[in-house]
Design a protein around this ligand. Structure first.
Ligand code: AHG
Ligand code: MN
Ligand code: MN
Length: 338
């Protein structure tokens, strides 16, 4: 039998190797995240049994219908983190303003940004969904954290993770020293190392996009997809198309098999000309993970990790995946190739 390596042990060893003088707060923060996602995973797995499927009567700050499990996952993460003394401030896709540490509780040195449930419109059909986390250091001077702590460019992240609630529950994380995948063993309630040092292939043969929006795209995106589908492309055969509609699930496949996922800018909604995905809770943490697995993420013009956010719920076009494929996409998106 292969020696089982729990996520707790893995995080501790990473920390000891990289930062032998660390206080342990960061290690514990990562462990708190794994705890919250185990609770969410349990609820997702029995969702059909406990009347938690379906929508609430609310819309979130993005104007989207809030599913019951969105709300549940948001509460679990907030309540797991906000009294530990390890975070100074948090921000969630489901909450309009920053989430502060409750009065009379200690604030910590870290900033946590999260998408509590990604792909939530798929929940009722039993399609894979996920959670995404981005961790920064606090940069503001005074005691409690503030908005500016949340509005940092992605390259300053000290850690990022996603969890996929699929045919099994998996957690993938990086602290800048490789990307590691763990599978939840429900019989013992532990995440065990299953994917050591994940590296994304340099190029792939799968593309992933909501092509139903083709007519709303700019010409660069349209030409790029035409190219991928042509037998005269660099593969000499059309790329395969896979699109689940849950970003975590689409990106998990992309990380393991290679290829490219994109959600381009479109003209469908004049109020949202920049694309759908959110920089802080979706694009930036995923870009950090892909970078440390050898991949790349761009908004079409620049590395996602270099964007300085100005708003908590800022959206961005996103092109992410195998490095060569994303670089090629940038050429099309910039009009340097047709
Ligand atoms: P969320 O459920 O957190 O709001 O995110 C949904 C996102 C993402 O998971 C997915 O890639 C995208 O929405 C799908 O959008 P379309 O339905 O427009 O393709
Ligand atoms: Mn999402
Ligand atoms: Mn979400």
């Amino acid at each position: 039998m292969r020696e089982p390596i729990t996520i707790e042990r893995h995080i501790l060893e990473q920390q000891q190797r990289g930062f032998p003088k660390a206080t342990g707060d960061f290690t514990q923060l990562l462990y708190d995240i794994t705890f919250a996602t185990k609770i969410i995973s349990r609820e997702v797995n029995k969702a059909g049994l406990v009347e938690i499927l379906g929508a609430t009567a609310k819309e979130n700050v993005q104007g989207e219908t809030v599913q019951k499990l969105d709300e549940y996952a948001n509460d679990v993460i907030r309540q797991t983190m906000d009294k530990t003394g390890r975070v100074s401030v948090m921000a969630s896709e489901e909450v309009e303003d920053v989430i502060l540490v409750p009065q009379n509780y200690q604030t910590g040195r870290y900033v946590l940004l999260f998408d509590p449930l990604d792909g939530s419109s798929n929940i009722d059909a039993n399609v894979s969904i996920g959670s995404i986390f981005s961790i920064h250091r606090k940069i503001s001077e005074d005691g409690s954290g503030q908005r500016e702590d949340c509005l940092q460019p992605g390259y300053r992240q000290v850690g990022a993770a996603y969890v996929i609630y699929g045919s099994s529950t998996m957690l993938v994380y990086t602290t800048g020293n490789g990307v590691h995948g763990f599978t939840l063993d429900p019989s013992v309630g532990e995440f065990l190392l299953s994917h050591r040092n994940i590296r994304i292939p340099k190029s792939g043969s799968i593309y992933s996009v909501n092509e139903g929006n083709y007519t709303h795209w700019e010409q660069g995106a349209q030409r790029f997809v035409d190219y991928l589908k042509s037998k005269d492309n660099h593969l000499g055969k059309p790329f395969s198309l896979r699109y689940i509609g849950s970003m975590v699930a689409d990106l998990h496949r992309t990380l393991l098999y290679g290829g490219i996922f994109f959600y381009p800018r479109d003209q469908k909604d004049p109020d949202k000309p920049v694309g759908k995905l959110r920089l802080l809770y979706e694009a930036s943490p995923m870009a950090f993970i892909f970078k440390h697995a050898g991949g790349y993420a761009s908004d079409g013009e620049q590395d996602i990790l270099t964007i300085h956010p100005s708003e908590l719920h800022q959206r961005t076009p996103l092109i992410i995946g195998s490095k060569n494929d994303v670089k090629l996409a940038e050429e099309f998106f910039n009009g340097n190739r047709d």
